[in-house]
Design a protein around this ligand. Structure first.
Ligand code: ATP
Length: 656
């Protein structure tokens, strides 16, 4: 049944499913591919496409004036005084004018071979036709040979052939008026401020053009009319953009170099840069007046020139730290504009956000580098200020990196657990226990007896350092103490942080003999002096392993001390002696290592059957416990001796 359904569906997929989009249909079907979307940015990009064509005319030396006007119905007119789009019949399509071919065919243009334009922003031959396809109305007027021609379109389709509409004795050039299609762009509308900014930046990028701006939509901020012409080029543009910020150089490092003179290649590069302490930096780059917000090879070449230049200058003035400066150091606080003109540029995508022409890197670097060296040498005051600023930034970066590395190292150190730790598998601290066990052999049976999920083991070899008798430097280098500290994960002394504790309970599990008691007291001294909150918050415990195992027939019990043993010997394991039958077998555990896993589990480790003593501090007199610990465990043996003499009876009883 299901297979039949699949077959039926597959049958529907045949040659009829394959659509071939004709003319400008693909643009309307998939606008994103041509203008990067249908949002506000894409909408404004339509103006850029048409304006770039007029700019190309200007840069090619055929126009010196452009007008951009936003009408009250949000239509936009872009007019130039260039050569005018050709209107004669196209040789390949004799029944159509070149104008119609350009506006209605993708990949039709005069910028492929470099004959009509040397360094143009246009190169794919799609810009004007894309705008046409995405406009519900487009009118193109061409003034050529003292005549005015016009052709009208809607959604990429001509509403008639190109028509001569009258004489134009004093006019030349192209006028494009379009209204973006709401079917494509929905509610998005042109913003006067955004359009004017685009228009003004174009004027800065090519000082040979004057651009007039006019808007019928008044947003209350943007001038309704303005004329932009900037003979000072990018240096003026930079000053305007930096808007009075404090700068390290009195005047920006700016210049313009023709590639023709230097590399025998058409094109040029123009730049302006200054550094400021008062704001984040920026780099705006352009290629053939097209903004390249994602940078590319021209930016790479520019930074390479500046970086090499500043390092070389550092060497010249004997500032060894200049060698540490990186491109990132340069870029922070640097406000820069770079505009190059090259033949046949290669961009990534139709919106031309990033330049990928390899040669642009080399030519830009070569052109800027020489000038930068000379500029630094000529203005030593600015050069010194910039160098000091950049060295400072480099040092700051290195310091930050070192701090980060140290922080990372200590973080991983925290996580690096001692090799002999047998950790539990639970991921959260809740309900977990760390058994500090005496000796490796005890570790062996404890390993089998434990609940792997919640119980972890740290076997300690022999006695740990008496922290009260040791210099603090010794603490860090003592293997057992450092293992213990790492396993607990919460630091030592003043750096102790209870929140980082990796286990709920820390259980000291030593043999039930004098040595075991000594080890336990050494450990408690350690916790008391170095991790006191661990005791105060009730995390420290003593395990109570039995001293004897008594077996009578099938009965088996464990007892903690001699008195208990005697009592049981009297009583018998199952009742009065003899009744339960037979001799009582007594085994004294010399150490935990002698117990088999089952014994250890039942008596000492299994939370259901074991007994634990929680270590706590009751200071009847404040500081009393500290004093006592100092007397018993401290450096002065005479205090210990005194205490033992005074408390001999108690000590005897305890068999310590
Ligand atoms: N204002 C203009 N003046 C003169 N010729 C123009 C003008 N606008 C367009 N053209 C001609 O029309 C051609 C096609 O323009 P279109 O915008 O479609 O593509 P392009 O500029 O060549 O490349 P791109 O798709 O990269 O923008 C141009 O190559 C140019 O020959």
């Amino acid at each position: 049944m299901a297979d039949d359904l699949l077959t039926a569906r597959a049958d529907a997929y045949d040659a009829h499913s394959i659509e071939v989009l004709e003319g400008l249909e693909p643009v309307r079907k998939r606008p994103g591919m041509y203008i990067g979307g249908t949002d506000e940015r894409a909408l404004h990009h339509l103006v850029a496409e048409v304006l770039d064509n007029s700019m190309d005319e200007a840069v090619a030396g055929h126009a010196n004036r452009i007008e951009v006007e936003l009408h009250d119905d949000y239509a936009v007119t872009i007019r130039d005084n260039g050569r005018g789009i050709p209107i004669d019949p196209h040789p390949k399509f004799p029944d159509k004018s070149a104008l119609e071919v350009i506006l209605c065919t993708l990949h039709a243009g005069g910028k492929f071979s470099g004959k009509a334009y040397e360094t143009s922003g246009g190169l794919h031959g799609v810009g004007a036709s894309v705008v046409n396809a995405l406009s519900d109305s487009m009118v193109v007027e061409v003034a050529r040979g003292k005549e005015l021609y016009e052709q009208r379109f809607s959604r990429g389709i001509p509403l008639g052939p190109v028509k001569k509409i009258g004489p134009a004795p004093n006019r030349r050039g192209t006028t494009v008026t379009f209204h973006a299609d709401e079917e494509i762009f929905g509610h998005h509308r042109f913003k006067p401020a955004r359009l004017m900014k685009m228009v003004r930046s174009k004027a800065y990028l090519f000082s040979g053009v004057e651009i007039r701006w006019k808007t019928a939509i008044d947003d209350g901020e943007t001038p309704t009319e303005a004329t932009f012409h900037f003979p000072g080029g990018l240096a003026d543009y930079l000053n305007e953009q930096m808007n009075g910020s404090t700068t390290y150089a009195d005047r920006p490092f700016a210049g313009k170099v023709s590639f023709q003179e230097k590399f025998r290649e058409p094109g040029s590069v123009e730049w302006a840069i200054n550094w400021t302490p008062s704001r984040d930096g920026f780099l705006q780059s352009y290629c053939n007046t097209v903004p390249t917000p994602e940078g590319g090879t021209h930016e790479a070449g520019f930074w390479a020139a500046i970086l090499k230049g500043i390092r070389a200058y550092g060497e010249l003035v004997n500032n060894k730290k200049a060698a540490q400066i990186t491109r990132d150091d340069l870029m922070g606080g640097a406000c820069a504009l770079v505009s190059c003109f090259i033949r046949d540029p290669a961009f990534v995508g139709q919106t031309k956000d990033r330049l990928s022409t390899e040669a642009a890197a080399k030519m830009t670097e070569g052109a800027v580098r020489d000038h930068f060296d000379n500029w630094l040498a000529a203005d030593t005051k600015s050069a010194g200020a910039i160098l000091d600023f950049l060295v400072l930034r480099a040092e700051e970066r290195l310091r930050r990196r070192q701090e980060k590395e140290t922080a990372r190292k200590s973080a991983t150190k925290k996580l690096r657990l001692p090799g002999k730790l047998v950790d539990c598998s639970a991921t959260s601290r809740e309900g977990t226990e760390l058994f500090i066990v005496e000796g490796d052999s005890a570790g062996g049976s404890a390993k089998m007896a434990r609940d792997r999920r919640t119980q972890a083991l740290l076997p300690l070899r022999g006695k740990i350092l008496n922290v009260l008798g040791a210099a603090s430097s010794k603490l860090g280098s003592n293997q057992e103490i450092s293992d213990l500290t790492q396993a607990l994960g919460c630091g030592l002394g003043t750096r102790f942080n209870i929140d980082d504790l990796r286990y709920d309970k820390v259980i000291i599990m030593t043999d039930a003999d004098v040595d075991g008691a000594h080890i336990a007291s050494l450990l408690m001294t350690f916790f008391f002096t170095q991790m006191r909150p661990l005791i105060d918050k009730g995390h420290l415990y003593l395990a109570c392993p039995p001293l004897y195992r008594l077996t009578q027939g099938a009965k088996r019990i464990y007892v903690a001390d001699d008195a208990e043993k005697e009592r049981m010997m009297e009583k018998g394991l199952g009742g009065p002696k003899g009744k339960s039958g037979g001799k009582i077998d007594v085994q004294r555990f010399k150490g935990l290592g002698e117990m088999d896993a089952k014994d250890l589990k039942d008596t000492t480790m299994n939370p259901a059957t074991r007994k634990l003593i929680r270590v706590s501090i009751h200071d009847e007199v404040p500081g009393e416990t500290g004093d006592l610990v100092e007397r018993l465990m401290g450096k002065k043996p005479e205090l210990r001796f005194q205490y033992i003499s005074e408390n001999a009876r108690f000590v005897e009883e305890l068999d310590v």
